[in-house]
Design a protein around this ligand. Structure first.
Ligand code: SAM
Length: 294
């Protein structure tokens, strides 16, 4: 039975614990994976078994894996070959484990996805679930000197490749233009009445909050989607009515440094979840996308 609360209790256990045994070795190296609990919650809430779930920027394929385990079919697009191969392997593993649903991954630029996804699938997706690349300060993992034998603390897996078509490298303005285009393409892939869920987080540059969630809300509207909800997906656990936070080393360091300078920052322990609908009356997305572009 899906839960319809606006606060999603998505991290009763840590992300690595949730991934254990369900993802191939090497998956941990991706710098900005979605928490599996968030993907599972969105899929369970907005689709039913047999539906089609699409992720246009699928990374290692978290959306696909969690959708397949819930008996939904899944389609992913990823620009970087390294991650698209991993997503494909992860989807195959989930397909074998579940047995009923099918998954497929295409390597390509999501800004042009309707050009390479077969036309028979256009207008067939029930849910688009995705997360744009954002802020290098929220990416990556940390190794202590005990793990590496090096001096100090080492940050690893916090960069993508260097290709400029990977939207992780572009300015926030360019990212939002590109993401609007991707959402417009996704609208063509959705059934009328279908749902788009985008998880995102603000980040900070030199102490200033960059409010990416609000900008993504505007991008969805510009792509012709109708905003329907704004939810919170917890990255912290809940025990005995209290939050059990799991901050990264750099999150803690940044907050401590800011507080020492008198800036009252908090550790971010949730993702913002923006939910949009392709209205049932929106029967000609492609014509509207063309109008949006002109
Ligand atoms: C925030 S990550 C998504 C992570 C994913 N949800 C997961 O759990 O692995 C964003 C992904 O978008 C990919 N990406 C960047 N530019 C792209 C583009 N133009 N087309 C398709 N994918 C792109 C990046 O390589 C990255 O893997």
């Amino acid at each position: 039975m899906p839960c319809y609360d606006s606060v999603w209790n998505t991290a009763p256990t840590s992300a690595p614990a949730q991934r254990k045994g369900r993802y191939t070795p090497g998956s941990a190296a991706h710098p900005a994976k979605m928490h599996p609990g968030i993907a599972a919650h969105a899929v369970a809430t907005y689709t039913k078994p047999g539906d089609l779930v699409l992720d246009p920027m699928c990374g290692i394929g978290t959306t696909l894996v969690e959708a397949l385990h819930l008996g939904r079919n899944a389609l992913g697009i990823e620009y970087e070959p390294k991650w698209s191969s991993l997503a494909s392997r992860n989807a195959s593993l989930a397909e074998e484990a579940e047995g009923k649903a099918t998954g497929a991954v295409h390597r390509g630029d999501a800004r042009r996805l309707t050009e390479f996804i077969p036309a028979t699938l256009h207008g067939e997706a029930n849910l688009v679930l995705t997360s744009p690349p954002y802020g290098p300060s929220v990416h990556g993992q940390v190794r202590s000197t005990r793990d590496t034998g090096e001096r100090g603390v080492v940050k690893k897996n916090f960069r993508y490749g260097h290709d400029q078509d990977n939207l992780a490298h572009v300015s926030t303005t360019h990212l939002l233009e590109a993401f609007t285009e991707i959402l417009a393409q996704c609208r063509t892939m959705l059934r009328p009445g279908g749902t788009v869920v985008v998880t995102t987080r603000p980040w900070r540059e030199r102490g200033e909050l960059i409010d990416l969630p609000s900008a993504v809300l505007a991008a969805g509207k510009a792509a012709g989607l109708t905003p329907s909800e704004r939810c919170v997906a917890l990255l912290a656990g809940v025990r005995d009515g209290r939050l059990i936070s799991r901050p990264s080393f750099f999150q803690m360091k940044n907050v401590r440094d800011a507080r020492r300078q008198g800036i009252p920052l908090s550790v971010i322990q949730h993702e913002d979840v923006l939910v949009f609908t392709r209205l049932p009356s929106d029967i000609n997305a492609r014509a509207s996308v063309a109008r949006f572009r002109s």
